[in-house]
Design a protein around this ligand. Structure first.
Ligand code: IVH
Length: 740
């Protein structure tokens, strides 16, 4: 049987038709880009230098023969993948504008009146407006050609943005192909990329669990997530998108703004459910109030309401001033702020030893929520500088005794936005961050990042597990959901048992049963205390209290049973539970898959720690870079951890990682291609897994391909597969099929 793809790739340039040349340039651009990423970003070349050169030469020859077909993302002359400093530039078909602002009802009335004045020549004209939330995220422009998403860009300076197509493809609200029909041949759909509070909180928790970075607010985090070099990181952030406008289009989507946006919904986009059509300032302001009332329950940030002229014909007639349409305006919500006093600055010590300063405030209500603490992030932040050394709060520092302005950024995380220097008590001194751990007294240092040469923004206590704060936090992590997940042994019980000396390290959890009387005693005492506190609060006394002992027996048996049930944990959970810095669930799973047993993980870990050049000694695993290797070196190079681990392994037997092949495995003997961003495994793991199951893994789709496993962002390979009738399955379906 002939293979159209490989036929084309071996056809002489002189014999190519224009369509074939276009297809070849597309294939070559993708192949060269993939090779660049493998070589420059992953340090794992997938083709030989000679093969790479041949691709480049063919690309150059076709470009020379068909200069009009040169792609905007031509690989010619590009050195390596998109340069580390940034993304390729994209010129918007139509500039991305900003909006004039209204702060008061009067500003809104003025806007409507200006409209009526402008159109007054038109008697009987029914000037209408739309009103919808102003989402506080990042705007993006998505180019669709013949219903297919071809390029996505940031706003940039409004004229030229950055090409973040691969990252945008990971967003589930952005369709790869438009649904329905009737879309213009070319249209730039515009809208807002944002992060929900729930997703933001989850990310913060995941990061805190591995001693990772701190995230300030959903908007900045969404921005950072969109600028990732590795789209699988963007994918893991679960960003969302609302479509609300468009740029260049080969035809109006509809005669009105309102209908156009409804069309977007038909084409598969999410649109704001809070968009209405109205004709008077009163109606618009009423809708503004409706939206404002729902603001805190939406689950994502909005910072106002946007009014737009509904009829596109009238939008065109009213036109633009520099950088802004005359026919639209953003009615902003007042910032939710309040003033209070900083009474103290406490230092919290996290599981990995990070020292996090927290300001204790006189309780103050901001937008309906009482705020008593705000995080101060790190010592530079307290001094008035961000991580780049640029001033924040006009460079004003924060001192105990200061009167400060609190704002609930995005309605979730309160922060100090200003310091009222005129109210500063004369005796208030600049805050001095301590250089020892407040819990164990060990030195607390700002580690220097070897790559950037910059000191970490946060200090870390060097006491490791001898620091009670780190020890207890490590124990909490060990039993947490993604780790050993021991039922009935939550953070509260861990704290209690730790404070009573019943637990020191993770191994002690498994011998807790030996200390049953003391455990029972500790639980009983706490119950007593709690009951007394409740009585004191309610003023009532207790009647007929069952004996504390009776009540505890049953619970204790359950607890010990739950502990026993976890003596043979899955390897990935166990690795995650160890709480090695920078090793989250995904990295733990990658290590488990690659090394198979805990013995092997330890052997490689120790060998790497002992090596002169650890980076070179550590096997190359996709998705595992210098930060993780350094963390492994720190962990396995530390003798104290040896003892902890040895004791633990006397109690638990982590299960070897096995890929079970289902009896009817349809994988063996098949040719498989992986494309798009895989979320549960790295590309090299996918390859290794497929090969273990007896499959052949190919780099491109051809008629010989049996299965294409496509993750989000799959592009040309998906098209080829469709054209060739190759079976396409998702990553989840892949796992179902391989029986893992
Ligand atoms: S319309 C020509 N609608 O606000 C009109 N913008 O200040 C272009 N934004 O850059 C924008 N929600 O990032 C529009 N419902 C909405 C919006 C919205 C948020 C942002 C957008 C834009 C900025 C303009």
């Amino acid at each position: 049987m002939s293979d159209p793809m490989s036929d084309l790739s071996s056809k002489d340039v002189a014999d190519l038709s224009e369509d074939e040349a276009r297809a070849e340039l597309e294939r070559l651009a993708a192949a060269i880009a993939a090779a660049d990423i493998a070589y420059h970003q992953n340090d794992a070349p997938e083709i030989t230098d000679a093969e790479y050169d041949a691709l480049k030469r063919r690309n150059d020859a076709i470009e020379e023969a068909f200069p009009e077909l040169v792609r905007t993302d031509t690989p010619t002359g590009k050195v390596g993948a998109a340069p580390a400093e940034g993304f390729a530039k994209v010129r918007h078909g139509v500039p991305m504008l900003s909006l004039a602002k209204a702060y008061t009802d009067e500003d809104v009335t003025d806007f409507i009146e200006r409209g009526h004045r402008f159109f007054q020549r038109d008697e009987g004209l029914a000037l209408a407006f739309t009103a919808e939330p102003k989402i506080d995220g990042l705007s993006a422009s998505l180019r669709y050609e013949n219903g297919v998403f071809v390029q996505g860009a940031t706003r940039g300076d409004g004229t030229v943005g950055e090409d973040i197509t691969a990252n945008l493809r990971t967003i589930k609200d952005i369709p790869e192909r438009l649904a329905g029909s009737g879309w213009p041949e070319v249209i730039e759909i515009r809208g807002e990329v944002y992060m929900t509070y729930a997703e933001f909180q989850a990310l913060k928790e995941r990061s805190a669990a591995i001693g990772g970075q701190d995230y300030v607010n959903p908007r900045n985090t969404a921005a950072g997530s969109l600028r990732q070099k590795d789209p699988s990181i963007t994918a893991s952030r679960n960003l969302k998108f609302f479509a609300y406008a468009w740029g260049f289009t080969s035809a109006d989507p509809a005669p009105t703004q309102f209908e156009a946006v409804q069309k977007f919904a038909e084409w598969g986009f999410k649109i704001s459910p809070l968009m209405v059509r109205a004709t008077s300032a009163e109606e618009l302001i009423a809708h503004y109030k409706t939206i404002e009332a729902q603001r805190s329950s939406l689950g994502y940030d909005i910072d106002g309401v946007v009014y737009k002229v509904d009829q596109l014909e009238l939008q065109r007639r009213w036109g633009f001033v520099t950088g802004e349409p005359r026919w639209a305006i953003a009615h902003k919500f007042p910032a939710e702020r309040a003033t209070t006093v900083v009474r103290g600055i406490d230092i919290q010590v996290g599981r990995t030893g990070t020292l996090a300063p927290v300001a204790r405030l006189d309780p103050v209500s901001v937008g309906g929520v009482t705020v008593v603490n705000v995080t101060l992030h790190n010592e530079d932040y307290i001094k008035g500088f961000d991580s780049k050394g640029d001033p924040i709060r006009d460079g004003k520092d924060i001192r105990i005794g200061d009167t400060v302005v609190i704002q609930r950024a995005g309605d979730v995380i309160p922060q100090i936005v200003d310091v009222l220097i005129e109210k500063r008590p004369p005796e208030a001194l600049p805050y001095e961050m301590r250089d020892t751990c407040p819990v164990c007294g060990s030195p607390a240092v700002r580690e220097v990042n070897e790559k950037t040469g910059k000191a970490d923004s946060r200090r870390r206590c060097t006491g490791e597990l001898s620091c009670p704060a780190q020890a207890v936090e490590s124990l909490k992590h060990f039993v947490s959901r993604g780790a050993l997940d021991i039922e009935g042994l939550g953070a509260e019980n861990i704290e209690l048992f730790f404070s009573k000396g019943l637990l020191g390290t993770a191994a002690d959890i498994f011998t807790l049963r030996d200390r049953r009387p003391a455990v029972q005693q500790a639980l009983a005492e706490r119950r007593e205390e709690q009951a007394r506190a409740r009585e004191a609060a309610s003023g009532k006394t207790r009647k007929n209290v069952r004996s504390v002992e009776d009540r505890n027996y049953e619970g204790l048996d359950k607890l010990f049973a739950a502990i026993d049930a976890r003596r043979e944990p899955e390897l990935d959970r166990f690795i995650f539970a160890l709480g090695i810095r920078h090793i989250g669930e995904t990295t733990a799973a990658a290590l488990a898959r690659n090394f198979g047993t805990i013995e092997e993980v330890i052997r490689v870990g120790k060998e790497t720690a002992a090596a002169a050049d650890p980076m070179a000694a550590f096997p190359s695993i996709d998705g595992i870079g210098g930060t993780v290797v350094e963390a492994l070196v720190d962990f396995f190079g530390n003798e104290r951890n040896d003892a902890v681990l040895d004791a633990l392994l006397l109690q638990v037997k982590p299960q070897p990682y096995v890929v079970t092949i289902s009896a009817d495995s349809q994988i063996a003997g098949k040719t498989v291609v992986f494309t798009g961003s895989l979320e549960k495994m790295t590309r090299s793991e996918a390859k290794a897994m497929a090969e273990r199951l007896g499959a052949k893994v190919a780099g491109s789709v051809s008629a010989k391909t049996d299965i294409l496993v496509a993750g989000p962002g799959a592009g040309s390979k998906l098209k080829s597969a469709a054209a060739l009738g190759v079976e396409v399955i998702s990553e989840d379906e892949w796992f179902e099929r391989v029986g893992k």
